[in-house]
Ligand binder design. Structure first.
Ligand SMILES: Nc1ncnc2c1ncn2[C@@H]1O[C@H](COP(=O)(O)OP(=O)(O)OP(=O)(O)O)[C@@H](O)[C@H]1O
Length: 239
């Protein structure tokens, strides 16, 4: 059975002034998908994440957020950036503030904040200034903050690009755990190994156009359109 749709784009385009960033995209993100956005610098990955999240409007076409059945509510989405945006507050209060902004009451805020810190292995660091944490810890804190929102869908913009290998493994493994718990993932990445490890579907973008939308194994093994083949040859010298 096909999983229910969470977000769909119909002939959606995004322009900055007269510069097109995304052109005529048609796609559906379904519950449980683990989607990688792949493509060269400037191909439109971040713009697509922002369009899907609702941070950027479609200049043409449309984006539809589908209600969850049986609740009838809109899916909750959270976004993680390459460099986490953290306030000059303790790690704990960065999470609590986000929950307060969502209207969560005090007892539940406290409970969800502590559970989120625990979940990412930062229970002991809750009282430290967020910006004093290491890069890997900051990204785990940003993940904790996102997880505390109880998201149905998590958008990730190159979430491990600025991390060392060990921090990268920790963050990857947390994201994969969230996916196993049922969170839908849409993630841009330049790391094709990571794409293979973490995602079951690849959207390949070239100059703002969606060139292919394939299961991950087919993306790496099938005959692809010329643009994608060239990209893979450049990224994977042994391909
Ligand atoms: N705020 C903006 N104002 C003007 N142009 C923008 C803006 N954001 C993105 N663009 C342009 O839109 C196009 C797509 O950019 P985008 O950042 O989505 O690509 P990307 O695939 O995420 O790139 P990278 O891999 O380098 O992060 C590029 O030509 C970029 O210059």
């Amino acid at each position: 059975m096909t999983a229910p749709a969470l977000i769909s784009l119909s002939d959606a385009s995004v322009s900055f002034g007269d510069r097109p960033a995304l052109s005529g995209l048609n796609l559906v993100i379904r519950r449980g998908d683990r989607v990688a956005l792949v493509g060269a610098n400037g191909s439109g990955k971040t713009s697509l994440l922002r369009l899907l999240h609702g941070l950027l409007p479609a200049s043409q076409g449309s984006r539809t957020l589908h209600s969850l059945a049986p609740e009838g509510t809109a899916p909750v989405a959270a976004m993680l950036f390459q460099r986490p945006f953290l306030m000059h507050l303790s790690a704990r209060n960065n999470i609590a503030l986000a929950l307060w902004l969502r209207g969560v009451n005090k007892p539940e805020r406290k409970q969800r904040t502590e559970a989120a810190l625990q979940r990412v292995g930062l229970a002991a660091e809750g009282g430290l200034p967020a910006r004093a944490l290491s890069g890997g810890q900051q990204q785990r804190l940003a993940l904790a903050r996102a997880w505390a929102m109880q998201p149905d869908i998590l958008f990730l913009d190159e979430p491990t690009a600025s991390l060392d290998p060990s921090a990268k493994r920790e963050v990857e493994s947390l994201i994969s755990e969230f996916a196993r718990d049922g969170v839908t993932l849409v993630m841009s990445s330049h790391n094709l190994g990571q794409v293979k490890r973490m995602c079951d579907r690849v959207l390949y973008l070239d100059a703002g156009r969606l060139v292919c939308d394939l299961p991950t194994d087919r993306f790496f093994n099938d005959d692809l359109p010329a643009e994608a083949t060239q990209f893979l040859k450049g990224e994977l010298p042994w391909a």
